[in-house]
Design a protein around this ligand. Structure first.
Ligand code: B12
Ligand code: SF4
Length: 399
């Protein structure tokens, strides 16, 4: 479970226990991994927390091993020692997609936005990120050491997805595909060599660092049929980028977008609003940067104080945490204020960015899809709408 799934996970664990008190409820994922024993205070029906990577730990649990001897779990009042990070991914089998209905089941999933060719599927090719962004859960969970899978194994996975399930788009959902540039080049070169660039398109996430985004890498990505690259931009103000420890300068961002466009690859820019230190002016600078870099897709999300992040600690220390109860967390919820912005200010600024998205010429193609148009317009005018389209407590219980 992630943090936004707190309420649904609580409901589901309650249902399990209603079926039988003898069923063990195990939770894992980014949220329980951060909270560890604290999970038991929120979830009366959870028996075991798996923290960190779950592959080996969960096997030990279902094999019935004595809980005291299983690393990487919390139970009752105990936090067992952590499990060392997995370094050899070879023994992890491919996901059994037949369990979700095979090719027909995959077609029910329409792919992550911005949408490309269909059917679309994910591959996680590496784990970890060397970044230290204050708002991010990745350094907390996966650590800073990047562990990459073998390029040959990735090629086998792509071939399998293509031949068995007819996949036309693959989204490498690694946090930072170009963190290890040499490895990224090997993977892309192999895709070209094995002609897996003919019928399949790719999208991936890059960091905008000058050393990592080079014309050579981008032209290789284009050759491999990468059609879209996501960049975490976060803010257009240089001091804010330093405060959130992004490790990237505004010039690096502008350069990365310019080079990517020049290589013929589309871009998506993710910005944030409401990190500590944010002011109305810094939001304006973000909007100005968004216009300058002309992304194909653009997102402004409201900062979320995930557990164990520096953002959350800082907000608590400075009395800026507005909502503590994780059950109330969700996208588009204002959970923090800053020294100079109230929650209401942040909400208004966020609304103004939604309008900017509609007006950005480079986003027209992306936005002028009926579904996107409907959701953007609903959000922009939500304060006039009878029922908010935002994720909220009532909506979850309706579902
Ligand atoms: C890809 C991705 C997405 C994709 C997911 C597509 C998909 N169907 O797989 C999309 C784009 C849709 C997405 C959406 C969101 N995401 Co996301 N996403 C990721 C990303 C980059 C990779 C996830 C992944 O597959 N990891 C690989 C697998 C192997 O790891 P895993 O899922 O964590 O599982 C391992 C362990 O956690 C554990 N485990 C997990 N579950 C369980 C359960 C049990 C029982 C056990 C024993 C173990 C266990 O074992 C697994 C194997 O080791 C992560 C960042 C990251 N690097 O992990 C963020 C991340 C998970 N996302 C995050 C967030 C916040 C979101 C959104 C809420 C964003 C938003 N504002 O809307 C939404 C939530 C969607 C939802 N339904 O709730 C945060 C979660 C932080 C938190 N504390 O909650 C992360 C960590 C990003 C970050 N850096 O902060 N996301
Ligand atoms: S670069 Fe991305 S994944 Fe890495 S720490 Fe920063 S936000 Fe997280």
């Amino acid at each position: 479970m992630n943090t936004f799934q707190t309420r649904s996970a609580k409901i589901i664990s309650g249902i399990v226990k209603k079926v039988s008190r003898n069923l063990e409820v195990v939770v894992g994922g980014p949220h329980p991994s951060a909270l560890k024993l604290d999970i038991f205070n929120y979830f009366p029906d959870v028996d075991i927390v798996v923290y960190g990577e779950g592959e080996e730990t969960f096997l030990d649990i279902v094999d019935g091993k004595n809980l005291a001897n299983i690393n990487g779990i919390c139970y009752e009042n105990n936090i067992n020692p952590p499990r060392p990070p997995i370094t050899d991914f070879a023994y992890i089998p491919l996901t059994n997609l037949d369990l979700v209905g095979g090719a027909a089941g995959i077609k029910r999933f329409t792919g992550a936005s911005p949408k490309g060719p269909f059917p679309s599927m994910f591959i996680m090719a590496s784990r970890g990120c060397f970044g230290h962004c204050t708002f991010c859960n990745t350094p907390v969970f996966w650590g800073s050491k990047i562990r990459t899978r073998k390029p040959e194994a990735l090629i086998r996975e792509i071939e399998w997805l293509s031949t068995k399930y007819g996949i036309k788009e693959i989204f490498f959902q690694d946090d930072t595909f170009n963190a290890n540039k040499a490895w990224a080049e090997t993977v892309l070169n192999l895709i070209v060599k094995k002609k897996l660039n003919k019928d399949i398109k790719y999208k991936l996430c890059f960091r905008a660092n000058k050393a990592l985004v080079t014309p050579d890498l981008l032209s290789l990505a284009k050759k491999a049929n990468v059609w879209l690259i996501f960049y975490g931009v976060e803010n257009g103000n240089p001091d804010m980028l330093k405060k959130i420890k992004k490790g990237i300068a505004v010039e690096d961002i502008e350069r990365a977008f310019r080079l990517t466009r020049k290589a013929g690859i589309k871009t998506t820019a993710s910005f944030m609003i409401g990190n500590q230190g944010e002011t109305e002016d810094t939001v304006r600078e973000s909007i100005s940067l968004a216009k300058r870099i002309k992304p194909y897709g653009l997102g402004f999300s409201i900062a979320v104080p995930f557990p164990e992040t520096e953002l959350r600690r800082h907000a608590i220390e400075n009395g800026n945490l507005l909502i503590d109860d994780y059950e109330l967390y969700g996208p588009d919820k204002v959970l923090l204020r800053t020294e100079s912005l109230t929650g209401e200010d942040i909400k208004k600024l966020h609304h103004s960015t939604l309008l900017i998205r509609l007006l950005l010429p480079s986003c027209f193609n992306f936005i002028l899809r009926p579904k996107a148009l409907y959701s953007y317009l609903s959000l922009v005018f939500q304060k006039y709408a009878k029922r908010s389209l935002c994720y909220n407590k009532n909506r979850v219980s309706d579902e």
